[in-house]
Design a protein around this ligand. Structure first.
Ligand SMILES: [Zn+2]
Length: 259
């Protein structure tokens, strides 16, 4: 069936590839892609084009889901998986886009039978086996090499969920050491929690201390957006993510003066 796969792929790319002009515009908007080789950029453009064809983009709250927005989402989603399996985003289909941050209402009944209502204002969220939700305003603010990236954050949750609930422990590649991963992530997580508890104004977003799943997602943002910061603060985590994503963003951004 490999032949069919190639044929289908060629057909899709023939009709639906991101155009060179649109790709250039997206690259202008995404300094985190600087330093990728011509071959990597070609693979990224192809993967993002297939991603847009395979996934469903839906509008919510009156959002205007234009091509440029889809390109920004797809290119950054596919940056995470550039050197990973092509079906890393299997098992779910829909990306829902709101114009801006959105409200999520929760209702919980406690042991005494009292119902509690709460509201969160979100820039994005990932459902296990379900849709990924993003605010277009926050998509537009992502990829600027400043440390914030809601797209990488939510898609990192999707990679984490490939082996069950999001818990900061995605399926590791052959040759990676699960015990070393647990040891390094636990140490860094506990260190960041202690620093935040002590009132330190940490360069890494303190939201990472919510739980190990958020730690993994926030550190994906730091790894690709401001890799030098991660390498300085938690070099062992940088090396783990370098093995996991099979990329070395610090080296390529440094070569372009963007570390
Ligand atoms: Zn999260």
């Amino acid at each position: 069936m490999i032949w069919f796969g190639r044929w289908r792929r060629a057909r899709i790319l023939e009709k639906h590839a991101i155009t060179p002009d649109a790709f250039r515009a997206a690259l202008e908007h995404l300094p985190i892609l600087r330093g990728l080789t011509a071959d990597e950029l070609a693979r990224l453009r192809e993967a993002a084009s297939l991603f847009i064809h395979d996934k469903t983009f839906s509008a919510a709250g009156g959002a205007d889901v234009d091509d440029a927005t889809q390109h920004l989402v797809a290119l950054q989603a596919c940056l995470l998986t550039l050197n990973l399996s092509e079906d890393s985003y299997r098992g779910w289909n829909e990306i829902i886009l709101y114009p801006d941050e959105f409200l999520r209402h929760h209702e919980e009944t406690d042991e005494a039978g009292v119902v509690h209502h709460s509201r969160d204002i979100l820039a994005g969220e990932s459902w296990h086996g379900g849709p990924l939700v993003l605010s277009i305003a926050d998509v537009a603010a992502s990829g600027r090499a400043d440390g914030f990236n809601v797209v990488l954050h939510e898609f990192a949750h999707k990679l984490d969920m490939l082996n069950g609930d999001a818990n900061g422990f995605p399926p590791l590649h052959r040759g990676m050491d699960a015990a070393a991963w647990a040891r390094d992530f636990t140490a860094a997580y506990e260190d960041l929690c202690a620093r935040v508890d002590a009132g330190e104004d940490t360069a890494i977003d303190p939201y990472a201390t919510t739980d190990p799943a958020e730690f993994f997602a926030v550190l994906a943002e730091v790894f690709f957006e401001t890799p030098h910061l991660l390498h300085t603060e938690y070099p062992a985590i940088y090396r783990q993510l370098q093995q996991f994503y099979r990329q070395h963003p610090m080296a390529r951004l440094e070569s372009h003066g963007h570390a």
